[in-house]
Design a protein around this ligand. Structure first.
Ligand code: NOJ
Length: 510
């Protein structure tokens, strides 16, 4: 007995863990990796593709990109997709999450011209994945709206709802028989709060407190329409699952003072509830506290009604229950306190009335906003279980940024610690279908260009071939997928990586 206690004590001493229980990922738990069209494809005007809002935005604002690299060529996945699939086979993943560029399929933005070349690209990619039994997880929209639609107001115009539905139908028709996991829209809050509220993400409208809210309603409705379309016309045949990916970071109060705790609750409703409530709450609709706050501030500011558009009874019904799973994009945690600052008015910052900080002891990545706080993933999971009654979760993104280094031990550590937190969340009842690492490879991190690297594989953007090389974290992830446990001290002998998935249903090299 004493012997056992001593061993446990020494293991916990070495690893800094007091809990030595070994937790496993079940055999049907899915591991994958993710990218998005604008960030990796390049070929921005190849084979009939036209201009998206990100093409326009970064072409017009090169000064925003620290290293000057935009998505024109990126990792050139438009030509190198076979190598991308080879990397997935090296990792041994079950699924690959990628997005479709609307402009590649519909060069005018509308359905009058369907570009066969664009469809072919995704057909080839999907077929290549399926050859090795890697399931495609397709995101219909990952930030890159056709500029022609933006010229009509983009997501601030309710017309976008119908246009998205029409575009979705074309994609479901063509790929429905091959794709079992669908994400309608990636991170509505980034699309709207950054792109329509702010000026530093496409389309950069800068209409905070107005344009962002119009956009949120339309994006959520577009999601619901695409979900209902799949349910009605495709689900009976193809039996796929459709979700939406939300940016669900965690927020803790800076301390226990009532005003800060209340400010944190309100912040969570603005960032989590705003997108979760319409789909997963019993009542549907936007959160009552957000509706109340925006109405009050709007009236104080002289508006005759709330700046937050209403959802009518029909819209509430359409949205309620409109997802088979919640796609969780989780990266970090913030600390919230009630703001003493005066924000511009009107603005979403003024409506929220909070200040965001980080704990100094939180390890920071290459991105100023991204700190390593693994317990945040656990707390987020427990929060959504409590508030939304255990919705099925698919982690559709989690990742860490570094400089251009191959020995990315900080990413390996971050991934292990977050996966450990995820195992704890699963143990406490969270229904998690799978985990998707962001990103398969280095890519264009929007306005940050390639100065913040998120890849399991490094991309040499200076080389003509856009050479991809496995990082330490790729080997660590591969090992987790094989062993289904987290070994915090495991180290590969070198950075060579070999193929795990050869042919359909066959795993080699274990
Ligand atoms: C979430 C976004 O979906 C993705 O495009 C981005 O690169 C990562 N966050 C990292 O910031």
């Amino acid at each position: 007995m004493l012997y056992v206690i001593l061993i446990v004590f020494s293991i916990s001493g070495i690893h800094g863990y007091t809990d030595t229980k070994v937790r496993r990922f079940k055999d049907d738990f899915l591991f994958g990796a993710a990218t998005a069209a604008y960030q990796v494809e390049g070929g921005w005007d190849a084979d009939g593709k036209t201009e998206s809002i990100w093409d326009r935005f970064l072409h017009s604002h090169p000064e925003l990109i620290p290293d000057g690299r935009n998505g024109d060529v990126a990792a050139d996945s438009y030509h190198k997709y076979q190598r991308d699939v080879e990397m997935l086979r090296e990792l041994g993943v079950d699924h690959y999450r990628f997005s479709i560029s609307w402009n590649r399929i519909l060069p005018t933005g509308f359905t009058n011209n369907i570009n066969e070349k664009g469809l072919e690209y995704y057909d080839n990619l999907i077929d290549e994945l399926l050859k090795y039994d890697i399931q495609p997880m397709v995101t219909l929209y990952h930030f890159d709206l056709p500029q022609t639609i933006q010229d009509l107001g983009g997501w601030a115009n309710p017309l976008s709802i119908q246009l998205f539905e029409e575009y979705s139908r074309i994609i479901f028709e063509r790929f429905g028989s091959k794709v079992k996991y669908w994400i309608t829209i990636n991170q509505p809050n980034s699309i709207c709060v950054e792109g329509y509220g702010g000026k530093r993400a496409a389309p950069g409208i800068g209409s905070s407190g107005i344009g962002d809210y119009l956009c949120i309603k339309n994006v959520m409705m577009a999601h619901a329409k695409a979900y209902r379309l799949y349910q009605k016309d495709y689900k009976p045949k193809y039996k796929g699952s459709v979700g939406i990916s939300l940016a669900l970071n965690w927020a803790d109060s800076v301390n226990n003072n009532t005003e800060n705790v209340e400010a944190t609750d309100l912040y969570r409703e603005f960032t989590i509830g705003m997108y979760m409530n319409p789909i997963w709450s019993n009542e549907g609709d936007f959160p009552p506290s957000v509706k109340k706050r925006v109405l009050e501030r709007s009236l104080e500011q002289g508006f005759t009604k709330s700046r937050l558009p209403e959802l009518n009874a029909e819209e509430i019904t359409l949205l309620k229950g409109s997802a088979d799973f919640v796609g969780v994009n989780h990266y970090t945690t913030v600390l919230i306190s009630k703001s003493e600052k005066q924000y511009p008015s009107p603005s979403i910052e003024d409506d929220m009335g909070v200040e965001i900080t980080f704990r100094t002891e939180w390890k920071t990545s290459q991105s100023f906003w991204l700190k390593s706080v693994p317990y945040g993933l656990y707390k987020m999971s427990i929060h959504i279980n409590k508030v939304y009654d255990y919705p099925p979760v698919f982690i559709t993104e989690h990742g860490w940024s570094t400089k251009k280094v191959l020995k990315d031990s900080s990413r390996a550590k971050n991934m292990r610690e977050y996966l450990h937190a995820l195992l704890l969340a699963i143990e406490d009842g969270t229904d998690v279908m799978g985990y998707t690492a962001w990103s398969l490879m280095d890519n264009v991190e929007w306005t940050a260009g390639t100065s913040e690297r998120f890849g399991l594989y490094q991309v040499d953007f200076d080389s003509k071939e856009k050479t991809r090389t496995a990082r330490l974290s790729a080997l660590v992830y591969k090992r987790i997928i094989e062993q289904r446990i987290i070994e915090h001290d495991w180290k590969p002998k070198n950075l060579n990586i070999s193929i795990t998935r050869s042919k359909k249903n066959v795993r080699v090299d274990l």
